[in-house]
Ligand binder design. Structure first.
Ligand code: ZN
Ligand code: ZN
Length: 113
């Protein structure tokens, strides 16, 4: 029996072959985008790139980036892409973050709870 599902991204019906919740078209687009972002960051002649600039350049929502990041798509560039900690304002590589906090603040927050 074939499994037909709605694509999580575009809503189109597609035949679910792998453990995937998006259709082939969206999967391919996402794959391309991830490659483009990785290439762009790896080849950028700067030491670090601010996450906000990256999102603007690739017209990507933070939530979309987060999802891909959680899926391990940006491991290669996670030391080069930086973000501002929502709490202390320090600029840290996204590799050192938990949600939108730097690891120091995330740790502090955990101790407070
Ligand atoms: Zn789709
Ligand atoms: Zn912080």
């Amino acid at each position: 029996m074939t499994n037909v599902a709605n694509c999580k991204k575009c809503g189109a019906l597609f035949v679910q072959t792998a453990k995937r919740d998006i259709c082939d078209k969206c999967f391919e687009e996402q794959f391309k985008l991830v490659n483009e972002i990785n290439d762009y960051v790896m080849n950028a002649p700067v030491e670090s790139i601010f996450l906000d600039n990256l999102l603007t350049k690739f017209n990507l929502k933070l939530s979309e980036f987060e999802e891909l990041y959680q899926a391990g798509k940006f491991v290669k560039i996670s030391q080069k892409v930086t973000m501002k900690c929502a709490k202390c304002g320090n600029i840290v590589p996204i590799a050192n973050k938990t949600n939108m906090l730097c690891s120091a603040c995330a740790k502090k927050l955990q101790n407070e709870i």
